[in-house]
Design a binder for this molecule. Structure first.
Ligand code: BES
Ligand code: MN
Ligand code: MN
Length: 462
C-alpha cells in the first residue's frame, strides 16, 4: 500500500536508530548481574509500544523477569493478532571472538552486528514498527496485542503461570511470531514446526577430593574419563540415540511428508563451507533437513571438570560435569524424556562413580498448520513483498511458548521469521541484515490486511 511505503520510507532511519538504542541494553536473562538492564529494556519496549500507537502498555511482574504487554483494540468484532517476541538475549561470551562489542551495535556491509540483532530484538521490533505504520496511517484492520517476554532464552519458566492467569487478556485469533529463520531472501520460507527441548545437567563424582594424578592416577577412576565414556555411549554407531524408550513416541513422517520436506533448496557444499567442516554428521538414514527438522537429537552443550586455568596442573579431578540437551519432536513429552534420560544415565554409571542428574528446563515441540487462514495470510503477505510463494520448512530450534499457547489458549501460531540460519544466533558476531529488517516491516502490515480480509470471507462462507 502506498501510504505504508511512504510512511516507512520517511521514517526508515528513525526505525533503525531506535533498534540500535535497544541493542545497546545488555538484557541477558541468564545472568543475574543484568537484572536492572532487563528491566530497563522492558521499560523501553513499553514506551515504544505506546509511542507506536498502543492504547495501553504495561509491565507484568513475574517470579523472574517482567513480561511487557501492550494492545490496541479498534473493534471487538475484528480479528485479533497477538504478537509474541522476546526482549532478552543470550550471554555474549566468548567476548574475545567478537569483532566489535556485542552491545555496541555497528553496521557493516548492510548488516547490524550486535547480540540480539536477529534473536529477537531486531525481529520483534519489526512488528512494533509495522504496527506504528498501520496505526499512524489509520489502516489497522485487526486488533493488535503484544506480549514481549524477558525469559525466552532461559526457558520461559514463568510464562506458563502468566499465560494461564491472563487467558482473557491474551485472547486472540492467531499468535504471530518473528523469531525463526528463512532459507534465504531468494527462497523465502515459513517454518511450520519447532522442536521441543529437555535440558539436563549431570555431575559425576569419583574420589572425595582432587588427587595428584601421578600418585593416584591409574588406580582410581577419573570422573572426567568416565563422564566422556558415558556421553559417548549415548549414540550408537549409526548415531541413533541409545536411551531405551527414547524413540517410542516419535511421530513418524509419511513418505510424502519426507519428500515434500526434502524439496526445499539445500546446498550441502555451501552449508559445509559456511561452517568450515569437511563432513557432516548425523543419524543414519536421514537427510540433513530431516535431521534438524524432524528427528530428535542429543547434544553436549558444555563439559567441564578439573583444571581449566593457564598452563598445566597435574590433577585427577574429584568431579566432572556436563550440560546435555535433547531436542524433541512431536509427541515426545519433555517430562517423560527427562525421566528416561535420568534413569538411563544412572544405570550406565559404573560403581566407581556417583552420578547426579538435574533437569534444567524443558519445552514441547509444535507443528503449525499450513491450511489455516493465518498461514494463508502470511503466505500471501510474503508473496506480495518477495514476489514468491514461501516454502514451508521445519525448524530445528525451540520456542516453548508455541505449544503453551496452543494448550492454554487454544490458539495456533504463525512463525513469520525473517532471520537466516547463519545470522550467528547465540554465537559471536550475531547479525541481522538491514534488508531483512526492512523487508519484515514491509511485509507484516500485509499480514494484518490479508488476515482481516480472509477471516471475513472465511466467516461469510460458513
Ligand atoms: N529464536 C530462537 C529459536 C529458533 C532459532 C527457532 C532459529 C528457529 C530458528 C530462540 O530464541 C531460542 O534460542 N530458543 C532456545 C530454547 C530455549 C528454551 C532456551 C533454543 O532453541 O535453544
Ligand atoms: Mn529467539
Ligand atoms: Mn535464542
Amino acid at each position: 500500500m502506498q501510504v505504508w511505503k511512504e510512511f516507512q520510507e520517511k521514517n526508515k532511519d528513525r526505525f533503525l536508530n531506535e533498534l540500535l538504542e535497544m541493542l545497546r541494553i545488555p538484557s541477558v536473562s541468564a545472568d543475574s548481574r543484568h537484572k536492572e538492564d532487563i528491566r530497563k529494556c522492558a521499560l523501553m519496549v513499553k514506551q515504544r509500544l505506546l509511542e507506536a500507537g498502543a492504547d495501553k502498555a504495561e509491565l507484568h511482574e513475574t517470579e523472574g523477569h517482567p513480561v511487557v504487554y501492550g494492545e490496541k483494540i479498534i473493534d471487538k468484532k475484528l480479528p485479533t493478532v497477538l504478537v509474541y517476541g522476546h526482549y532478552d538475549v543470550q550471554p555474549p561470551d566468548p567476548l574475545e571472538l567478537w569483532n566489535s562489542g556485542p552491545f555496541e551495535p555497528v553496521i557493516k556491509d548492510g548488516r547490524i552486528y550486535a547480540r540480539g540483532s536477529c534473536d529477537d530484538k531486531g525481529q520483534f521490533y519489526m512488528h512494533v514498527k509495522a504496527f506504528e505504520t498501520l496505526s499512524k496511517t489509520n489502516t489497522l484492520s485487526c486488533n493488535v496485542k503484544f506480549m514481549i517476554e524477558g525469559e525466552e532464552e532461559v526457558g520461559s519458566e514463568n510464562l506458563e503461570a502468566f499465560v494461564k492467569a491472563n487467558k482473557e487478556l491474551l485472547k486472540a485469533d492467531v499468535v504471530l511470531i518473528s523469531d525463526t529463520s528463512m532459507i534465504s531472501m531468494e527462497h523465502p520460507s515459513i517454518e511450520t514446526g519447532l522442536r521441543g527441548l529437555a535440558y539436563m545437567e549431570v555431575e559425576v563424582t569419583g574420589p572425595n577430593r582432587d588427587l595428584h594424578s601421578g600418585v593416584y592416577g591409574g588406580a582410581v577412576a577419573n570422573p572426567a574419563t568416565i563422564l566422556c565414556r558415558m556421553i559417548a555411549s549415548l549414540h550408537d554407531k549409526n548415531n541413533h540415540i541409545t536411551i531405551p524408550g527414547f524413540y517410542d513416541k516419535v511421530a513418524k513422517m509419511t513418505p510424502a511428508e519426507r519428500k515434500a520436506l526434502n524439496k526445499a533448496p539445500f546446498n550441502e557444499k555451501e552449508y559445509k563451507k559456511d561452517l568450515g567442516v569437511k563432513e557432516l554428521w548425523g543419524e543414519k538414514g536421514y537427510t540433513t533437513l530431516e535431521r534438524t527438522g524432524t528427528r530428535p537429537t542429543i547434544e553436549v552443550n558444555g563439559i567441564w571438570g578439573g583444571y581449566m586455568g593457564e598452563g598445566a596442573k597435574t590433577v585427577l579431578p574429584a568431579t566432572a560435569h556436563a550440560k546435555i540437551s535433547m531436542r524433541l519432536v512431536p509427541n515426545q513429552q519433555s517430562a517423560e524424556i527427562e525421566r528416561l534420560f535420568t534413569a538411563h544415565f544412572k544405570k550406565i554409571a559404573p560403581d566407581n562413580v556417583k552420578v547426579k542428574v538435574t533437569p534444567v528446563h524443558g519445552g514441547e515441540a509444535a507443528v503449525t498448520p499450513t491450511d489455516s487462514i493465518a498461514y494463508k495470510a502470511a503466505e500471501k503477505a510474503i508473496e506480495t513483498t518477495f514476489g514468491k510463494k514461501p516454502i514451508p520448512t521445519r525448524g530445528g530450534g525451540s520456542i516453548p511458548v508455541v505449544a503453551l499457547f496452543e494448550k492454554a489458549l487454544k490458539v495456533k501460531s504463525v512463525l513469520l521469521g525473517f532471520g537466516l540460519d547463519n545470522d550467528n544466533l547465540h554465537s559471536p558476531n550475531e547479525k541481522y541484515d538491514l534488508f531483512n529488517f526492512y523487508k519484515g516491516i514491509e511485509t507484516i502490515p500485509y499480514f494484518h490486511q490479508y488476515f482481516a480480509e480472509m477471516s471475513k470471507n472465511g466467516k461469510a462462507s460458513h
